[in-house]
Design a protein around this ligand. Sequence first.
Ligand code: HEM
Length: 162
Amino acid sequence: MKARGAVFLGIVVLTGALAGCATMMGEQPTLYERLAARDFLPGGAERTVAGRDAIALVVDDFVANVVADNRINTRFKALKPADVNKVKSNLSDQICQAAGGPCSYMGRDMKTTHKGMKISDAEWNATVEALVKALARRKVPEAEQKELLGLLGPMKGEIVGQ
Ligand code: HEM
């Protein structure tokens, strides 16, 4: 019995040490794995969704905010509903991929997409505001909000002033 107890304890200690090692080696869950958002169902019920579904919900609200914002919505007025759906789907794939998820962004690169638009700093800020509002409405936790903004922030140089 004593020997078996020692073996069991040994396995527990080893498992713990290996898990600690994995953490030290940086094998933490990706942003994609940690992303969770609230889905508001008819009748007032809510459920939590994860993964690309969570991203798609945020993107839906983000685009709705952009379209409602007079500072930036003229940029999108020429897009037909099918074009808007394409932008939404591409945005979801882009964010999913950037967050370490199993998606591939198949749209144009940011420089090419926004070339000739001469997007200003003020428009950039309004767009970030629209995204933050969407993240808050979908109750994405603050740490994940920050991390996502940290992934998109470096794209500014390829989007603004092109
Ligand atoms: C973090 C910031 C941004 C990201 C990640 C982003 C990303 C994207 C993506 C993925 C597309 C679709 C590309 C494709 O379908 O090939 C797109 C299209 C577009 N973006 Fe942005 N964008 C950002 C900021 C902005 C800003 C600040 C504006 C202007 C206020 C803007 C205006 C547009 C327009 C007008 C289109 C449609 C272009 C077209 O299909 O003709 N974007 N963006």
